[in-house]
Design a protein around this ligand. Structure first.
Ligand code: OXD
Ligand code: MN
Length: 584
């Protein structure tokens, strides 16, 4: 059977179940995109923004109960419960299908089903993969147009790759009581109903490129990670690539698009990706990364000309905004945009905003913009072979305990560092914000299988890489006793990347401490920066009690994986505790 017929077969089955009135196959063209936009403007799904300052930009207001990923309604449906592991919600595939097919039954009656073949990864890359999403949401269709490579390009790739990940999506009635984001990694299938929110509904992103792909990657010997990819250019013009994992809404987009404050010295950042990295080992044993996505689905609040001028230039044309506020002259607005609250603001729910206690823009409001619009997009961002990775960075929000930056002793210690990472929760998922939880490699909500096996896979990959990237932990978010950030962050983070680059090249001063190699305060370039010596000392200090308490938390978190957790991680844990206890 040709691959097209395989896809048609699956689309027919989906249509029999969901019973749409019409089926539209997307070809990915600009005309198609514009046509979809016109339909949504006419039916009120989109509002056109100021065409002078934001040409081809639109606002979408979602259902107020459908604004973030719902981790409690996201399931990994493997035959054996233990293969999903203790950190995932699990349901048996048969039960999941019975339960959810009732909801899909007739869910597209009176509506159009859009068939979206899409390619994740650069055109012509052997690392790229095809998905086919069917959905009854035009908002999803236009977002997919931006976030992935849609249409013929995917169908052409499929003829060679001979494999696609089907994803069935329907808005259902948007009630959280009937919302399920189901993954069947063993048959590489996704079913999502009851939500139109990006992370739940743009199935190429979290569902495929992370959950299903992580499962495939383990079997096929590569890695699918929640990581940005950036190139750091040094004064000689050489570019060194780094991949960095941070939990959702913790500044990945800002770091990926950073405007370096050391540009006058020749240090500059190139963006390759801002959210997901697929990492492969090439024939020479070099780890290489591709960005499977074609767009940015970034958090709007906090984005400003000060914090991320590159994003501001990326998102002022051809962009879809979701749940931001608007000014009377139809410009998007959000908290932290760097100007005072305009008069006559309309909040994210379309109400007049009158300094209410609520935010004008939803804290998880988003922009969807094509990656190629980014003024500092790397010339290699679509290189079929990807970019070579020299450093891996783990980061998260921690207002206490974790120093600005430090380096793992070696790969195994780095895997332990990532696996034990604590992170304060954010508005990207429903639930309490600011609570510290263990978020291994920032993959807690995104690993499509038992995380103990995922850690094992990391350890195994390390053995196969000839020149292992060095592994680092960063934390821009440490605060002093008055609750003020100690480190200026944003463009100044280049100073930390500079130290990382020096370490990659076997330079950069550091002291060996119980937690890893910590820079000496003088080895971070603070030239021209208004920061006190005390602040630098505090930023790089080791809070022994905090770390000891952290080791207890890691013990609880590792303990949940029982015997499946690799012994190597317990050894690292034991060694760290011993080093801490012995230290002064
Ligand atoms: C995202 C997320 O949207 O991590 O990237 O939630
Ligand atoms: Mn993300």
């Amino acid at each position: 059977m040709s691959m097209r017929s395989e896809v048609e077969k699956w689309v027919d089955q989906s249509a029999q179940l969901t019973k749409p009135d019409r089926v539209h196959w997307c070809n990915g063209s600009t005309e198609e995109y514009n046509g979809f936009i016109r339909v949504m403007l006419a039916d009120g799904t989109l509002l056109e923004l100021n065409s002078r300052t934001y040409p081809n930009c639109y606002l979408h207001r979602s259902h107020p109960g459908d604004v973030a990923r719902t981790e409690n309604l996201t399931f990994i449906c493997t035959e054996k419960r233990d293969d999903a592991g203790p950190s995932n919600n699990w349901m048996a595939p048969k039960e999941a299908k019975e339960k959810v097919s009732k909801l899909f039954n007739g869910s597209m009656k009176g509506r159009t089903m859009y068939v979206i073949p899409y390619l994740m990864g650069p055109v012509g890359s052997e690392y790229s993969k095809v998905g086919v999403e069917v959905t009854d949401s035009l908002y999803v269709a236009v977002n997919m147009h931006i976030m992935a490579r849609v249409g013929d390009v995917a169908m052409n790739h499929l003829e060679k790759s001979r494999e696609f990940v089907p994803g069935l999506h329907s808005l259902g009635d948007l009630s959280p009581d009937r919302r399920f984001i189901m993954h069947f990694p063993e048959e590489k299938l996704i079913w999502s109903i009851g939500s139109g929110y990006g992370g739940n509904a743009l199935l190429g992103k979290k569902c495929f490129a992370l959950r299903i792909a992580s499962y495939m990657a383990r079997r096929q010997g590569w890695m699918a990670e929640h990581m940005l990819i950036l190139g750091l250019e040094d004064p000689s013009g050489k570019v060194t690539y780094m991949a960095a994992a941070f939990p959702s809404a913790s500044g990945k987009t800002n770091l990926a698009m950073m405007v370096s404050t050391l540009e006058h010295e020749g240090y500059k950042v190139w963006t390759v990706g801002d959210d997901i990295a697929w990492l492969h080992i090439d024939e020479e044993g070099q780890l290489r990364a591709i960005n499977p996505e074609a767009g940015f689905f970034g958090v709007a609040p906090g984005t400003s000309v000060k914090t991320n001028p590159i994003a501001m230039r990326t998102i002022n044309h051809n962009t879809i905004f979701t749940n931001v506020a608007i000014t009377p002259d139809l410009q998007p607005w959000w908290e932290g945009m760097g100007n005072s609250t305009p008069q006559g603001l309309i909040d994210w729910q379309g109400r007049r905003y009158a300094d209410s206690v609520e935010k004008a823009a939803h804290p998880n409001s988003r922009f969807t913009a094509p990656a190629k619009q980014c003024p500092i997009i790397s010339p290699h961002w679509e290189a079929p072979t990807g970019v070579p990775i020299s450093a891996i960075i783990f980061g998260s929000r921690r207002s206490t305990v974790v120093p600005l930056v430090f380096q793992a002793y070696n790969w195994q210690h780095g895997v332990f560092m990532g696996a034990g990472m604590g992170a304060e929760t954010t508005a990207a998922a429903t639930g309490a914000v600011g609570v510290v939880r263990r978020d291994p490699m920032a993959m807690l909500p995104f690993c499509g299988y038992n995380m103990a096996d995922y850690f094992r896979h990391w350890l195994e990959m390390g053995k196969q890489i000839k020149k292992q990237p060095k592994i680092f932990r960063v934390n821009w978010f440490r605060k002093n006793s008055d609750g003020k950030f100690l480190w200026p962050g944003y463009g100044e983070n280049i100073r930390v990347l500079k130290w990382i680059l020096e370490r990659v090249r076997d330079g950069g001063k550091a002291v060996e401490t119980p937690i890893g190699y910590v820079p000496t305060p003088q080895s971070i370039d603070t030239h021209g920066l208004d920061i006190t010596t005390e602040a630098m000392n505090e930023l790089l200090s080791i809070d022994k009690d905090g770390w000891l308490q952290g080791t207890d938390n890691i013990e609880d978190s590792f303990g949940k994986f029982g015997k499946r957790l690799p012994d190597e991680l317990w050894e690292e844990h034991k060694d760290m505790r011993r080093r801490l206890e012995r230290s002064q």
